[in-house]
Design a binder for this molecule. Structure first.
Ligand code: NDP
Length: 242
C-alpha cells in the first residue's frame, strides 16, 4: 500500500503541530505549513518521522498554488487536508478595523477555501477519494463578544464544510469540521486568570483541552472508521457547549 499523504496547514505550533505528530504516528507522510521559513524549520527539527514543512501564507492564492504544485511534484497526490491555520485579532465591533476583519477572515476562511479547492482537484483523481477536516471553533457555533471577525470566519467554515461535503460526496471526498473549545496553546496563553477561572467553571470535564485531544479526533476523521461520516461538526470542548 502506498503511504498516504496529508497536508496540515499551520502545523508549526499548537493544535496543528499535535495533528502532524499524530498523523506521522498513524503512518501518513505529512506536509505542513507555517508562514515563515524560520517557524517551519524550527518545527521540522521537532518532528521525527515522515514530515516536511513548506512555508506558505494560506491567505495568499499564489502561495497556495505554489504549495500544491510542490505537493504534486513531490508526492503526486493528496489524501487528507486539515485546514488548521488560524489567527485571532480580537476587538469590540464598534472599534474593529476593516483590516482586523480581513486578516482574520482571510486566514481562517479564505485560506481554507483556497486549500479545499486545490485539494479536491487532486482528491477527485484518487480511487479512494479523500478527507478534508476544517478546524472551526465553538465560537463559530455560539459567537463571542469581541470576536465578531473570528466567529464569522469559524461559522463560515461550517458552511464551507457542509457545502463541499454535498458537492463532493459522490466522489467519496468526506468533509467534516472540528470545533474545539478552550485548548491550551499560544492562541489562548494570553488570557487572564479571572477569565480562565470563569471559563473553567463552564466546562463539565473541569479541565482545558490539550492539542492532543483535537489531534485524536482528526486522526479518527482521517481514518477508516470514519468512512460514513461527512458534513458534520464534531465539538471537542469537554462539554462546554451542549
Ligand atoms: P496557534 O496560534 O498556536 O498556531 C497557529 C498556527 O497557524 C501556527 O502554526 C501558525 O504558523 C499558523 N498560521 C497562522 N496564520 C497563518 C497563515 N496565514 N498561513 C499559514 N499558517 C498560518 O493556534 P492554535 O493551535 O491554538 O489554533 C489552531 C487552530 O485551531 C486555529 O484555526 C484556531 O482558530 C483553532 N482553534 C483554537 C482553539 C484554542 O483554544 N486554541 C479553540 C478553537 C479553535 P506560523 O506562526 O508558523 O506562521
Amino acid at each position: 500500500m502506498p503511504v498516504k499523504i496529508a497536508l496540515v496547514t499551520g502545523g508549526t505550533r499548537g493544535i496543528g503541530k499535535a495533528i502532524v505528530s499524530r498523523f506521522i504516528k498513524d503512518g501518513f507522510h505529512v506536509v505542513f505549513t507555517g508562514r515563515t521559513e524560520e517557524s517551519v524549520s524550527r518545527a521540522q527539527d521537532d518532528f521525527t518521522g515522515n514530515a516536511n514543512g513548506i512555508p506558505c501564507n494560506v491567505a495568499d492564492p499564489a502561495a497556495v498554488k505554489t504549495l500544491f504544485e510542490q505537493i504534486v511534484k513531490d508526492h503526486g497526490t493528496l489524501d487528507v487536508l486539515v485546514n488548521n491555520a488560524g489567527i485571532t485579532r480580537d476587538g469590540l465591533l464598534l472599534r474593529m478595523k476593516a483590516d482586523q476583519w480581513d486578516e482574520v477572515v482571510n486566514t481562517n476562511l479564505r485560506g481554507a477555501f483556497l486549500c479545499c479547492q486545490a485539494a479536491v482537484r487532486l482528491m477527485m483523481k484518487n480511487e479512494g477519494g479523500g478527507r478534508i477536516i476544517n478546524i472551526s471553533s465553538v465560537i463559530g457555533l455560539i459567537g463571542n463578544g469581541g470576536q465578531a471577525n473570528y466567529s464569522a470566519a469559524k461559522a463560515g467554515l461550517i458552511g464551507l464544510t457542509k457545502s463541499v461535503a454535498k458537492e463532493f460526496g459522490s466522489r467519496n471526498i468526506l468533509v467534516n469540521a472540528v470545533a474545539p473549545g478552550f485548548i491550551e496553546t499560544d492562541m489562548t496563553a494570553g488570557l487572564g486568570e479571572d477569565m480562565r477561572k470563569q471559563l473553567l467553571d463552564g466546562i463539565p470535564l473541569s479541565r482545558f483541552g490539550k492539542p492532543e485531544d483535537v489531534a485524536g479526533v482528526c486522526s479518527f476523521l482521517a481514518g477508516p472508521d470514519a468512512g460514513y461520516i461527512t458534513g458534520q461538526v464534531l465539538t471537542v470542548d469537554g462539554g462546554m457547549v451542549m
